[in-house]
Write a protein that binds this ligand. Structure first.
Ligand code: ADP
Ligand code: MG
Length: 477
């Protein structure tokens, strides 16, 4: 297909559920699942005469997100009613921020194949979610558990130029939101959702083409597929002399196509106006600044610091910052140990393996950073051997017991004294006189077999470096 002439243009609208325990304007629970309509209140049900009360926690989270994405925070934002009729919206309107959103501008930085890229944000606003319909044969049922759940809508400028970049943008955005504790990043459960606006234009064109908005993109794979399929459809249409109509299209992953949901002619007049039940949201400079100060170091900055200040390979930095809890534990262990690379090796190796194998989360880890440091010191000081250290760490991971007690209990102490080492060497040499002779005739490689034999006599606990030194001495004699 002659795609080379065309450039795809993408702008994304992300809906991210704020991690509050209650809804945006009521005390009803936001927990996922539950019996239908179990998590509702007179406010979510839209009963007459009730009044919404703004959840301040949702505002705090929106502030964190805004700062983390380098937005300008508005000292005054406003709540509007967006009117439409649908059975999952009992009030007949959605409360959202329209003319005056809480955050303006901002950016998402991500790594593309050609290096770092920045896509600017238009705005971020807060709004409430609607309920959902459950279709059962001839009837449709209404579940309002989700109605009134606080959302952030994060709107990008039309600056993305490929489906791959769109996915990288979304992953970076999700990383930041999850990192600052604003969102759980779950696409499957719908707590991180994305609509993609897609248009195409000829290379060198100065105006954008007409866009279509794609819905139903609930995995990164679908997002990539849908954008690519939609861009191809538009290119084919234009090349065939046709015209792209502005419309909302639904991605059908089974058929691998997008199809029209509603055209521009069906566009609603939402009759936005400021909600008379809610005063404007006023944020003092001090409160905005306080939220900025409270922000943790963000994953990209931390990755850079790990490479530049700690001297870790970029790969290590990526693994260690993939998860905030993991990274925080690394920080605390590093503070005790002082040297980054050994800590990183243990985290990427044994710790990750044990966490996976036992399906344990970092939050459930039983050892303290001091205990972790004691294991590394035991290795460094030759108190335990390499394999012994692994056994020691596994036991520490399982029990959280004092590492020195584990070494004593499990007999993990490495034999460093020359006495027992020489005894074992003498035995091993006496048992294999031919090998001794072979060594003395120049086959120095055979020392390996002796190390193995000596180690076996010592139950694997001999200090291998010292065994080697002593063996060479004795074999030469
Ligand atoms: P609406 O409110 O109808 O969705 P907006 O103007 O808010 O319209 O735009 C929504 C999204 O569409 C934004 O993310 C924006 O970047 C994107 N967008 C606007 N024009 C285009 C275009 N020509 N091609 C691709 N995306 C676009
Ligand atoms: Mg839109």
């Amino acid at each position: 297909m002659p795609r080379a002439d065309f450039q795809v243009v993408i702008g994304l609208e992300v809906h991210a559920q704020l991690l509050t325990s209650t809804k945006l304007f009521s005390g009803a629970s936001t927990s996922f699942g539950g019996d239908p309509n179990a998590h509702t209140s007179i406010v979510c049900l839209g009963l007459p005469g009730v009044l919404p009360v703004l959840n301040q926690r949702a505002v705090e989270l929106a502030l964190s997100a805004g700062h983390a994405l380098e937005c300008t925070i508005a000292e005054r934002s406003e709540w509007s009613r967006k009117h439409y009729f649908y059975p999952d919206l009992p009030k007949g309107y959605q409360i959202t921020q329209y003319e005056f959103p809480i955050c303006l501008g901002g950016r998402v930085v991500f790594d593309g194949p050609e290096g770092e890229k920045t896509v600017r944000l238009t705005r971020i606003h807060m709004e409430e979610d609607a309920g959902k319909l459950v279709h059962q044969g001839a009837v449709s049922l209404v579940d309002l558990n989700r109605a009134g759940t606080p959302l952030l809508e994060i709107v990008s400028e039309p600056e993305l130029r490929s489906a791959d970049d769109a996915v990288e943008y979304l992953k970076a955005l999700r990383d930041v939101l999850v990192w600052v504790g604003v969102n759980d990043g779950n696409l499957e459960e719908g707590s991180f959702r994305c609509d993609a606006n897609v248009s195409v234009m000829r290379h060198g064109a100065t105006t954008f083409g007409t866009r279509c908005e794609l819905k139903n993109l609930n995995s990164f794979r679908f997002i990539k597929q849908a954008i690519e399929i939609e861009a191809s459809r538009q290119v084919e249409l234009l090349e065939g002399g046709g015209k792209v109509e502005q419309e909302t299209r639904l991605f059908d992953p089974q058929r691998g196509e997008t199809r029209s949901m509603r055209s521009k002619e069906d566009a609603h007049d939402y009759r936005y106006f400021p909600d008379p039940d809610l005063p404007p949201l006023l944020l003092s400079k001090a409160r905005i600044e306080q939220a900025r100060q409270a922000l943790p170091e963000l994953p990209r900055a931390r990755r850079r610091r790990y490479v530049e200040a700690l001297g870790l390979p970029p790969y290590d930095a990526g693994v260690l910052t993939a998860d905030r809890a993991m990274s925080e534990l690394f920080e605390r262990c590093l503070a005790e140990v002082g040297e980054a690379k050994p800590v990183s090796n243990w985290f990427m190796g044994e710790l990750s393996r044990l966490l996976n194998e036992t399906k344990t989360s970092v939050a459930e880890v039983k050892f303290t950073p001091t205990q972790f440091a004691a294991v590394l010191r035991a290795v460094k000081d030759g108190v335990v051997s390499g394999p012994g250290a692994k056994e020691l760490f596994a036991e520490l991971f399982a029990t959280g017991k004092d590492p020195h007690a584990i070494i004593a209990e499990k007999g993990l102490a490495q034999v460093n004294d020359d006495g027992p080492l020489l005894e074992a060497i003498a035995q091993a040499m006496a048992e294999a006189p031919k090998n001794v002779e072979s060594y003395r005739n120049g086959n120095t490689k055979i020392v390996g077999a002796f190390v193995g034999a000596v180690m076996k006599k010592l139950g694997g606990k001999g200090n291998p470096r010292r065994i080697n030194e002593l063996l060479v001495e004795k074999l030469k004699a």
